[in-house]
Design a protein around this ligand. Sequence first.
Ligand SMILES: Nc1ncnc2c1ncn2[C@@H]1O[C@H](COP(=O)(O)OP(=O)(O)OP(=O)(O)O)[C@@H](O)[C@H]1O
Ligand SMILES: [Mg+2]
Length: 501
Amino acid sequence: MTDASAPPLALRLRNLSKTFSGVHALEHVDFEVRAGEVHCLAGENGCGKSTLIKVVTGVHAPDPGAEIEIFGARQSAITPTHARAMGIAVIWQDLALFPHMSVAENIAFDTMVGARPRLVRRRRDRKAAAAVLDRLGERLDLDAPLNTLPIAQRQIVAIARALMGEARLVFMDEPTASLTQSETDGLLAVVRTLSEQGVAVVFVSHRLAEVLDIAERVTVLRDGKLVGVFPTEGMTQARLGELMTGSLLSHEVMAHDRSGEPAVLEVEGLSLAGKVEDVSLTVRRGEVVGLTGLIGAGRTELAHAIIGMMRPDRGTVRLDGKAIAPKNIREAIHAGIAYVSEDRLSLGLIQPQSIEDNTVIAVLDKILDAVGLISPTRKRAMVSEWISELAVKIGHPSDPVSSLSGGNQQRVVLAKWLATEPRLLILDSPTVGVDVGARAGIFRTVRRLAEAGLAILMISDEVTEVVMNADRVLHMAGGRIVGEYDPRTTDVATMEERVYA
Ligand SMILES: Nc1ncnc2c1ncn2[C@@H]1O[C@H](COP(=O)(O)OP(=O)(O)OP(=O)(O)O)[C@@H](O)[C@H]1O
Ligand SMILES: [Mg+2]
């Protein structure tokens, strides 16, 4: 039966399955999006969200037996070109932009095909790009090469590009993962505008508050299967988390007092022109120190100055009481520091290489045999130890890392660094793009590593996350440490007000 008053459907999927060499990424999934609706697709890492999007946009063919209807028209086979022509646009999880092209060229890329004289095309591209940025209420230098922009602005470029042409059904795969709170608010406003204009938006995010805020309905997947479709009205984050994981998640503050332990990291008066101002801090053995603040507060630059990726102008860094001044990441690893960067896609992994090679890349010397060749047995042993410790969901260790879901790639990055057996672990935004269940897993691992004596500096812009998982919390703003909090006596709401002010 059809209800004549119901808005028309932008997308209707029935019995969608997708198998990758034996792995069931999706099994008999039904999914519907109304025109003008904001619909969230939620579920843990590897549950099949990106795969569903790839089927609808013609990247992957579904297994036989699926029914796909787009704007009421039954589709037998979809190609990316065909999907675009129907008004489907995607902002991919990894953005898929061209680092050496300009902002304007990236935005107009899909319309660039065709042999117009370069100058004419350039003028036309700039005009079109400016118009779409205007619609988003954003101002960017159209001629800047993409690789000179911060991640948040690249995101805007990816969105602008997707909105070129007449998009009627837009997929956003974790669009807010690298955005600050205010940038996120800006993006959510854009999503609402699109929805008012009748555009259907399918939104994927691991930030549950945001899901409940923006969507009318949420479809939950677990292990490639449909759990159900739920209205967000009346839904809580806790309930949604339970639907995604199928289990109850505990929320209790973990903090311990480690003030009696010896210092592992001691930073004194560290400054880096215009980025970090006179920062002093200590991380003790077995201690997890949370470092929060807005993106741009200097947290990542502080980490870079500690590990020698940027040379500090002043100040000292001591590790286990010994002054160190690593000139690059290799020297930092040698000194006993591991740094898990926030940007897994450009700094962390070598995409076409296998999961196992990515895991052992930083510790090749540990897996050499007596004659200096890589020992396959030692490599396998080390890889399987970390893969199971971090519960990475993989097919086979020799599969390329690019075959993993985004959140599972993040866990491989962590495995790679833990294999170096560091004294100090610096985690920069370790849960960006990681689902609720896996976040809990990462924090359990962090806790266990701390119990074993590792000193951990954990950077995150989610105040709740650092309060729940650190022993001490430092607040950074404008390059300085402006506050220190004890999670056992700190009220999260008050602290959020201060940090997000
Ligand atoms: N090209 C591929 N080859 C082999 N397996 C794949 C491929 N793409 C995805 N998979 C597998 O399919 C499953 C679903 O992956 P998908 O990327 O859809 O997850 P996701 O829900 O988007 O997760 P995340 O939140 O981590 O991004 C995973 O087990 C993944 O490893
Ligand atoms: Mg994904």
